[in-house]
Ligand binder design. Sequence first.
Ligand SMILES: Nc1ncnc2c1ncn2[C@@H]1O[C@H](COP(=O)(O)OP(=O)(O)O)[C@@H](O)[C@H]1O
Ligand SMILES: [Mg+2]
Length: 312
Amino acid sequence: MYLSGVNGHAESKPRRSAHVIVCGNEKGGSGKSTTAMHIAVALLKAGYNVATIDLDGRQLSLTRYVENRKRWSKSARIPLDLPRHFHVPPAHRDTVADTESEEFRQLTEGLGEIEDSHDFVVIDTPGSDTFLNRMAHRIADTLVTPMNDSFVDFDVLARIDPVSHEILELSQYATAVRDARRQRRQTDNRIVDWIVVRNRMANISSRNEQKIDTCLRNLSIQLGFRLADGISERVVFREFFPIGLTALDDFEEHVLGSKPTLSHLAARQEIRQLLTALRLPTDEVGRKRAMMRQRYAEAISRPIAMPDIFVS
Ligand SMILES: Nc1ncnc2c1ncn2[C@@H]1O[C@H](COP(=O)(O)OP(=O)(O)O)[C@@H](O)[C@H]1O
Ligand SMILES: [Mg+2]
């Protein structure tokens, strides 16, 4: 991605290889951190080098999740795959420009350390429109937006007519994503893949949910995102956090700390489906495609003066 002009932060380094996955939605509690952790562990389990970055300096949920995992691995004496993790704390400087500069510096320094040695970087973002959040959306190769299965959360994408359910107006977040994608396309010819996934779905489908589904499908055409199959509301997703486990980990009793249930297996299945839906460049074909895109972008673009993680 091209970032010159953002506070004038521009540097030049060799190109990166890491594919950046951003979990974003300007709404708290939609499942960004949970999804980020599950994607990271799924990729670790598939044998990739994975780094995770927490940009939600207030909540630090992903940071805690990773810490809990490390602790549980130690105390239960079970080997658990861990991502290389760092977080960017909110900077407090006298001016907005200085604050943003400092945050940008921390992000790029952290990225600089991991970009060449990792296949994937999974970035968790805050549920608010911050400078770092905007940066993250501009460097994403894949953007995953989990949203709770209700019209309250639909609002983060668009406002709809309460009776006809027609889309009246795009929301601020959807507009911001659209602009970030446009800009990305213009600068390095990269098409950011945007996937929306409905989270915490009820097991019994209601008329209301069907309406949400119809509206989302309409909107996906208008906004150019893909819709993944949803993830159900399951206690296991909440239970896992304190010991840092995910639905992808082994479900033996000594790992879980309790007996596994059918819900664990169902949760695992849903996460695997999500990973498939993301169509990440995980296989040879994907890798080749990613390389071709890089070459194409190189051939048509001017020298890109920016930290390499921003260019794919
Ligand atoms: N599919 C799910 N089923 C049950 N609880 C969930 C599910 N997804 C997320 N949660 C819980 O919902 C809360 C918010 O999720 P979180 O991932 O922290 O959202 P965000 O990062 O968007 O604020 C957490 O308590 C989390 O454990
Ligand atoms: Mg979070």
